[in-house]
Write a protein that binds this ligand. Structure first.
Ligand code: PA5
Length: 436
């Protein structure tokens, strides 16, 4: 199970003016009662369907078969989608696939496809990718819950043009859509063209959807153990159904961050994974936290960092800059590479302190040292420890942070499941393009 350490948020560690006291926690435990009720109300109304959908026996129906068909037919899997339709998969692929996946031979990839997640519509990047991989041996998976997203529509139409040019009428065999089961333009296209498709459970919004077909289907194509991931998510959901702050780790994550914003004006939430595998966990988190909570003048700003890299870039600011941040460290207890692969045995002179150490050990020491250094300057942090970065712990992580975010939404008094602020930009884009 993931381990959560909140000790460096406490006044004992970071001082009275920057940390939580026992009295603060008692007061927060009181407001947590109302937020717990609100969260349960969202579960009943199915707005928080992410929490229960992992128990739906139909959730993975057809995924294993379709994934092995895609893996056997295609060398490349190109996922077209943006926001919540891309970030969960990006994070999963970075966390769970062996390093340099796309550079490995098909044999070394276990005959699974290369993966390209195209969220942006940069013309150089997109056409460069299409020119490089070719269309015939590529499966294009178009993921859009609403079906109406301009970027995804543009990607689909450009890719379809290339496919038609290369394959003629056979283009449809290289496209699969993941979208709402009944509504939206993409569903209409699926029906009209007879495209292969998978449904996204109704009511499940993009940034909460990594544990449904949106994340599970492409992950399964890459050989990721989606059953283990769902088991991890279910176990964490059980842990996070506890009513009290004391027993519920997600309530502590969301509750403490809200408290630091409300009481200490620390409204920047910095996530620092100390592992390249977890590097994109902070991208996924940033969208979840920002788009769910940034409403009605409220919310805290997520910032992405990477340990140890950003010790040489951002940590100066974190140590001595404004006292407006709460830090989350993601640490790894056991890396996939054998310790001996990076163990140093012949360091001399000023490097002698590295003798006998492996890179995992050095990275963990740097994480602990940075945590301690920040605490000494009154900069509060919490730590999430992954016993290993595997499918099961990723499932736990997603569930814990989705629940924490929804719970924080209840404390902020905002609806974490909508995103009214992004609608105007979308509408204006459509209007401008239609006029032009
Ligand atoms: O979390 C969200 O709801 C958004 O970030 C969406 O995922 C994003 O806008 C893409 O939407 P769609 O999947 O409908 O294309």
């Amino acid at each position: 199970m993931l381990k959560f350490d909140f000790s460096n948020l406490m006044a004992d560690s970071v001082g009275q003016s920057d940390g939580l006291t026992a009295n603060d926690i008692s007061a927060l435990a009181e407001s947590a009662k109302g937020a717990h009720q609100k969260f349960n109300g969202w579960r009943e109304s199915r707005e928080a369907i992410f929490f229960d959908v992992v128990n739906d026996p139909d959730l993975t129906r057809g995924i294993a078969d379709k994934a092995s068909e895609i893996a056997s037919r295609f060398e490349n899997l190109v996922v077209l989608g943006i926001g919540g339709s891309a970030l969960g998969l990006r994070c999963l692929a970075q966390a769970l696939l062996p390093a340099q996946w796309n550079l490995r031979t098909s044999e070394a990839r276990g005959r699974k496809p290369r993966i390209f997640v195209c969220d942006n519509i940069d013309p150089d990047a997109f056409s460069g990718l299409l020119d490089t991989i070719g269309a015939e041996r590529t499966c294009f998976m178009v993921i859009s819950k609403s079906g109406g997203t301009t970027e995804t529509a543009a990607q689909y139409l450009v890719a379809r043009g290339r496919l038609k040019a290369a394959l003629g009428d056979r283009w449809k065999k290289n496209v699969i859509a993941v979208t709402d089961p009944a509504r939206g333009v993409l569903r209409e296209i699926v029906q009209k063209e007879g495209l292969d498709s998978f449904p996204v459970p109704p009511m499940l919004g993009g940034r909460f959807s990594v544990l449904c077909s949106v994340g599970l289907l492409p992950a399964a194509c890459l050989g990721i153990d989606i059953e283990a991931m769902l088991q991890g998510a279910r176990d964490m959901a059980k842990r996070c159904s506890a009513a009290t702050l004391d027993e519920n780790p997600a309530y502590r994550i969301g509750g403490f961050q809200h408290w630091f914003d409300a009481k200490k004006r620390k409204n920047i939430s910095v996530m620092i994974p100390y592992s390249d595998s977890l590097m994109l966990a902070s991208d996924w988190y940033a969208q979840l936290w920002a788009e769910s909570l940034g409403k009605e003048g409220k919310g805290s700003t997520p910032v992405k960092a990477l340990g140890a890299t950003d010790q040489h870039s951002q940590v100066q600011l974190y140590m001595e800059g404004p006292r407006d941040k709460v830090f989350t460290f993601l640490g790894v207890e056991r890396f996939r590479a054998d310790d001996s692969a990076t163990r140093i045995s012949d360091a001399e002179g000023a490097y002698a302190y590295l003798n006998g150490k492996d890179m995992g050990e050095i990275l963990r020491a740097e994480q602990q040292a940075t945590t301690k250094a920040l605490a000494s300057q009154g900069r509060p942090s919490m730590t999430v420890s992954f016993p290993a970065v595997d499918a099961r712990h990723m499932g736990e992580f997603f569930m814990a942070y989705e629940t924490a975010t929804a719970f924080a939404g209840a404390l902020y008094g905002v609806n974490p499941f909508d995103q009214p602020g992004v609608e105007l930009g979308k509408k204006l884009t459509r209007e401008m393009l239609a006029k032009a």
